[in-house]
Design a binder for this molecule. Structure first.
Ligand SMILES: C[S@@+](CC[C@H](N)C(=O)[O-])C[C@H]1O[C@@H](n2cnc3c(N)ncnc32)[C@H](O)[C@@H]1O
Length: 228
């Protein structure tokens, strides 16, 4: 049986399109840029230059984030259970993930593992927990994981998810649930932030407002960082 996203890959960006989302920011570039920006800021705060680090983007899909950030790392790779999604990332170092709860890389390989909008596509609590244990396994000691998810406390996010064909099987998880998954896997030193308050046009002029709002739990998405 193929992975769920094999069915969405051909028309992926059309599936993402929604009048409200498109008003917030047309296309997907802004959303990818915002994620990259906040990951980069977090890594900068660690004062470890990313060009000395190895990065895995778990559930990379089309790999827009990987394509944007790869040149900043010593090594950057992705994996995903959907071969059809990965077919759009042939220019990158990506690997097929044969099982939803196993990461196809050796233990202690990565300084950074990201999973962006992946967990809400895993309805099973057991698979979420096993996959998080796998993230810990492939992280080097001191390595960092970053989970980015839709924020169920934001009503517009909920509305967009409720009418997206991509999300028929989605089960959103709040920041508390994400943090608890990471804690249960034995990760620690949490850093959390909410983002995507301002539409692209406003963000260009008032980015500082998003920095002020990072602890207010109503942004369109959130990020949780933790360390091994
Ligand atoms: C909404 S897409 C996000 C893709 C990419 N991370 C991004 O932000 O553009 C969700 C991706 O998660 C992948 N996925 C679903 N279950 C997964 C699992 N158990 N492990 C890793 N990836 C998974 C899907 O195949 C799909 O490519």
């Amino acid at each position: 049986m193929g992975a769920e996203f094999d069915d969405y890959a051909t028309a992926y960006h059309q599936f993402l399109s929604d009048p409200l989302r498109d008003k917030f920011a047309p296309g997907s570039q802004f959303f990818t840029l915002r994620k990259w920006e906040l990951i980069q800021k977090f890594l900068d705060s660690y004062k470890v230059p990313s060009h000395e680090q190895t990065w895995l983007d778990l559930g990379c899909g089309f790999s827009d984030l990987l394509r944007l950030g790869q040149s900043f790392f010593k090594e950057a790779v992705g994996c995903d259970p959907s071969s059809e999604m990965l077919a759009h990332a042939r220019d990158l170092r990506v690997r097929l993930q044969n099982r939803p709860d196993q990461i196809p890389f050796d233990s202690e390989t990565f300084d950074l593992v990201t999973a962006v909008c992946v967990y809400h596509h895993i309805p099973s609590r057991q698979i979420r927990a096993s996959l998080t244990t796998e993230i810990k396994r492939v992280l080097k000691p001191g390595g960092v994981v970053c989970l980015i998810e839709h924020n169920p406390l934001n009503p517009i996010t909920r509305l967009i998810v409720s009418r997206s064909a991509l999300d028929v099987n989605a089960r959103l998880l709040g920041i508390g649930e994400s943090t608890e998954l990471l804690r249960a896997a034995g990760l620690h030193r949490f850093s959390k932030q909410f983002f995507l308050y301002l539409p692209e046009a406003l963000y260009r002029r008032f980015a500082f407002l998003e920095a002020w709002l990072r602890s207010v739990p109503f942004g369109g998405q959130y990020a949780v960082f933790a360390q091994k």
